[in-house]
Design a protein around this ligand. Sequence first.
Ligand SMILES: Nc1ncnc2c1ncn2[C@@H]1O[C@H](COP(=O)(O)OP(=O)(O)OP(=O)(O)O)[C@@H](O)[C@H]1O
Ligand SMILES: [Mg+2]
Length: 505
Amino acid sequence: MDSILVVDDEPTNISVLVGILGERYKLFVATDGATALEIAQKEQKPDLVLLDIVMPGLDGYQVAEKLKSNSDTKEIPIVFLTAKQDTESIVKAFNNGGSDFLSKPFKKEELLARVQNHIDAYCLKQRLKQQKKHTQTILDSQKSIIIETDGEDIINGNKAILCFSGMESIGDFKKKHKCICHLFKEQEGYIYNTENQNWIEQLIANEKQGRDSLVKMTHAQTNEDRIFLVEYKLGRNYIVTFYDVTNHIKYEERLNREITEALQKYKLQQDTLFRQSKSAAMGDMLAAIAHQLKQPINVLGLYFQSIAEDFRYGEVDEAYLENYEKKGMEQIGHMSKTIDQFKNFLKPDKSKRRYKLSLVINNILSLMEKQLKLHSITVDIDTEEIEIFGVSGEMEQVLLNLIGNSKDAIFKLQERDMELEGRIKISAVTGKEGVVIKVSDNAGGIKKENLEKIFDPYFTTKGEGGTGIGLYMTKTIIEDGLSGTICAKNIEDGAEFEIVLPKNL
Ligand SMILES: Nc1ncnc2c1ncn2[C@@H]1O[C@H](COP(=O)(O)OP(=O)(O)OP(=O)(O)O)[C@@H](O)[C@H]1O
Ligand SMILES: [Mg+2]
């Protein structure tokens, strides 16, 4: 129930007022100014004061003045009720803080209407004040800086901005900095007022383009630069929130640095492995070349031995010499070609270009030809005309590893079974899923328990005879260099490796 303090020195007046107001309101009554002030100070304050002007002791004006000068009571509306009707008195009443003025005699309905009006306005004001306080408490409890601005001046802010800027109140802040943007550090990548745009315009433009807005400010106490993510909402003014993301960004930077370092380290290891595997492959290659060169050297040896004897028998004439030279040069040509191919393999040419798969296969096979023949290994090739975009040297290494492994496995079987005819099949087709290259053999296959380990680095079943890097490197080249896949399985009498390269290569 709303309450009214009725102040009048005339008991008859009071009883009339009690008669009119008593039913609707809770009433406090005072017959002099001093008692009225006492009652108004009490905890349960009236929602309105009905104040007579002429009273012994403190008069109505003085009571009003005192009520208005006290922060506890200054909001309570005062309605003067007096027999005075002159303008001077009315003006004085308003000047002393009166909200309204009613002349006696008054009409009951008018009194009730005015009183209720003022009480409603007062209660509404009180509620608004309460609500504002509540909202400010919520804002102050936020860690992020929240401000209200019209785009140029700061209108309000929460406690966080005071802590950050070392100010006591928003009033102090406004005195020193018109706008929060005075605290922004001018740095690329962060927003601040530029010649073309102010910070709010940049904020809006960034949001429209889905970009983050970052601001850098220095903490007043710690002198540390902090980074804020800024977001805004538009109501009557801009409500702008500054989230401190410094730790987040530092963490992200550290993570990025660590990833880059780890990647560099990984690449270095990878390069070392690559070199190791290349030199291991070179060992195989040298063995192949030794076989390859042996034949022409033998032939040349026989030639040299035969010429002296043929001369003694008188067989050396011009035609003989011509033929002798031609045959000798043929052998030397073989040897030179072998060395060229080997040189090609050694070339650290890493540039990507389009190459014919069949040429790479032939190159590798012609280097290994003699060695394979010696162990009665035949190679079936069934390839379509396929072009691949990449480093041809890498594909040579892949094939060398796979064919080399098949050859090793066949040699091993032949240790027990001399008669075994080794067979290696190489096929390449372009299918729906891309280029499919298969290398298979008839060397008994891979033990089931080893199948998932063979692509691991350093996994070998050859003891000192192998490094275990071959298939690991093969997989790396296929996956990283050519964005393809490789897998192994056992077939009827041996192992089969299947490489799938994406179509657009
Ligand atoms: N065609 C195959 N038949 C049977 N086993 C195979 C075949 N290919 C690979 N393997 C098995 O996979 C293992 C790993 O092969 P990988 O090429 O990685 O190393 P490695 O041949 O042992 O040594 P490196 O190639 O470094 O000289 C081999 O030791 C072998 O046990
Ligand atoms: Mg190998």
